[in-house]
Design a protein. Sequence first.
Lengths: 177, 297
Amino acid sequence: MQTVKMVITGPFSSGKTEFIRSISEIEVVSTEREITSTAEAKVKDATTVAMDFGRITVDDDLVLYLFGTPGQRRFDFMWEILAEGMLGFVVMVDSAKPETFREAKSILETFRAYAPTPYVVAANKQDHPDAWAAEDLRIALRIEENVKLLPCVAKDRESVKNVLLELLYSILEEMES
Amino acid sequence: MPLQGNLRNFSTTQLLNLINLAGKTGTLTIFEGIPTGEKDAMQEEKMAPGAERAKVAFKAGKLIFAAMQGQDGNLVSVLNKAGKLTDDQARIIRERAKNTSDKALAMLLINANYVSQNDVINSVQQHTLDVVYNLMSWNKEPFRFEDGTLPGSDRIMVPIDLENVIIEGSRRLREVDELVKHLPNLDMALKFPENPKEKFQGINLSVEEWRVVSFINPKNTIRQIAKANNMSELEIRRIVYGLEQAGLVEMVKPPSVDGKPAPGTPQSRMQQRRQQAAKPQVQRAVVSKLIDKIRSI
């Protein structure tokens, strides 16, 4: 049995768990804990302290695992462990929270340094009225033109499929180059 | 979709750069920040938008209008401030032309030989720039950019290229801390973006800026460029900040910063092998299978 791994990363509350939940065939093995900090609790009720874990079985010989990283910096010691051997990664950005853009860019750079694998940026929460458009995000985050920046709604399976497919196309392109 | 946020997270220069690069048309409104007592996603105090403090309008990525709350921005005051009308002339014109729009008033003043067309254009342009340079030092106010919204057609709007505004505005940013925060590591290098010729067209750089530009090469650290030009850390930070915000240069890690050995050396080949080992050994067929599977979900 061959297993391959993709990592879903991004700042706190950017929608990583929801992204995996939308596509995983198993109930996401989430290590979410109730939030103790009052401020964070206002943003969401539970947060990922180690990782989320989803699975997509292709056939008897091949399984894809999706790993979601904890978004808070205090758990970043987990990131490098999760990044090891990944096929590619998705950086989730909450398009409606500009205060997290700098953090998203920093996480992106950190993961790029871990491994030279293809990646895409998902401009999540595009259904939110305050969401910045994907092309504005590209400029704000200084994402190069050759990097895919995809509009995304993590709770919508089709949108999640599109992000994963675009990442896989990038992986294919890199293999062929 | 409107762009909204707080200047604390996304500065005025970054906003101007975005509007310039995206060629946007619309109006940026900056509000007084009212603390809500809540924290945002980055644990900073959340600010709700209060009263309007400034409005800046753009057309196809060019600055065309700016007004500051509490500042008289009508044409008579602008010409008076620029020394084109005396205080007495301004007072009399204000009294006689109370309900005349700026555009109509400009025509009257030009026809009456009070001022020339150039006086009007230059004074309005200077007023717009003064407002924008002023608000470039703001760093905690909520903002909102509305696509497609423009001031009334009775206003005189003089298009101004944003690249020069960003550079000049950055020159005026005297906040050393801000510069250090933005550029903490002088051991980074600089490179030109794609199409540098296009970006440098029509840009007015100072002699110092050109001196820095002439040393731009991913192998030269910013510190080395400063040394070669006999510049202080603050001077080089200020120049690099301006160039970067205007999108004329990009920051890169030189080989020495991240410990990356020079290409072609035994160390580089060893690192390449290590990276190859870290990469999963996945075949093309496996990726194709994954694609088929995800398409079918």
